[in-house]
Design a protein around this ligand. Structure first.
Ligand SMILES: Nc1ncnc2c1ncn2[C@@H]1O[C@H](COP(=O)(O)OP(=O)(O)OP(=O)(O)O)[C@@H](O)[C@H]1O
Ligand SMILES: [Mg+2]
Length: 248
């Protein structure tokens, strides 16, 4: 996926919401998007998901501009978890498989397992057949997020866009998400993930750093890592274990 000179303006906002974003995601890579609130992370992901049109610039998948792709085909290849994972009505299984009529139960369960949602789903009153309230209101924020993740990972998604996928996840959920990202990458998917939390930086191949709609940096973590996010949070320096067995 390649993004070139992407600009997004609205009539009512003086400065552009995105101002000339240019980067590319090599196949089977994990690109983490960071930056303060209002930086434009969600706007960028929405555009790549095809839900908003840029004012200028291009987005290409496999060399072909997004507007030349058949939307149905894109729907099969691109998985998108929005920041406020809204789930429409229907059952949990339907929420995961979307409108894919060829989806088998096995496909649905596989995506749920990958998103670490399976155990939670089978503990619901009717498991995968549980009806979700129109606004997903019968589920907690974390449950909605896990089902939204299963939907984003469903099928043979080649590009997976996740907007703050760990904002409602507990420690275990975050660890499972990192595993799911690694597994999706191992089968060749490219992932683009916006996050405020440092945990996901550990799975990053590349980091895109935005601020006020501008691209501050794009590159490998060791080059891009801004001071604020590289401060040790859970990582402490540990003395290497003594060589040659335990001391008395
Ligand atoms: N359609 C729109 N019309 C007007 N302003 C918009 C529109 N979409 C986004 N914005 C503005 O663009 C800016 C970037 O918003 P965006 O949601 O992309 O930020 P973000 O980096 O995802 O922030 P957060 O970390 O809080 O999720 C904000 O100032 C927002 O108010
Ligand atoms: Mg956002």
């Amino acid at each position: 996926m390649e993004v070139t000179g992407l600009v997004f303006r609205t009539a009512d906002v003086r400065r552009p919401i995105l101002a000339g974003i240019t980067f590319d995601c090599p196949p089977a890579s994990v690109v983490i998007i960071i930056g303060p609130t209002g930086a434009g992370k969600s706007t960028l992901l929405r555009m790549i998901a095809g839900l908003a049109r840029p004012t200028a610039g291009t987005i290409r998948f496999d060399g072909s501009a997004i507007e030349n792709w058949d939307p149905d085909q894109l729907g099969c290849y691109v998985g998108y978890l929005p920041q406020d994972a809204e789930l429409m009505g229907g059952t949990v299984a339907e929420a995961i498989a979307g409108f894919d009529e060829s989806a088998t139960d096995e496909d649905v369960v596989r995506a749920a397992v990958l998103a670490s949602a399976h155990d939670m789903i089978v503990s619901l009153p009717r498991g995968y057949e549980t009806e979700i309230g129109r606004d997903g209101s019968r589920l907690s924020g974390g449950q909605r997020q896990r089902i939204g993740l299963a939907r984003a990972f469903f099928g043979k998604r080649r590009l997976i866009l996740l907007d703050e996928p760990n904002s409602n996840l507990d420690y275990e959920g975050e660890e499972a998400l990192c595993d799911a990202i690694r597994q999706a990458k191992a089968r060749g998917a490219t992932l683009l993930v916006a996050t405020h939390r440092p945990r996901l930086l550990t799975v990053a191949d590349l980091i895109l750093f935005l601020r006020d709609g501008a691209q501050v940096a794009f590159g490998v973590p060791s080059e891009v890592m801004p001071q604020s996010m590289s401060r040790p949070t859970s990582v402490r320096r540990v003395r290497p274990a003594a060589q040659g067995g335990a001391r008395p």
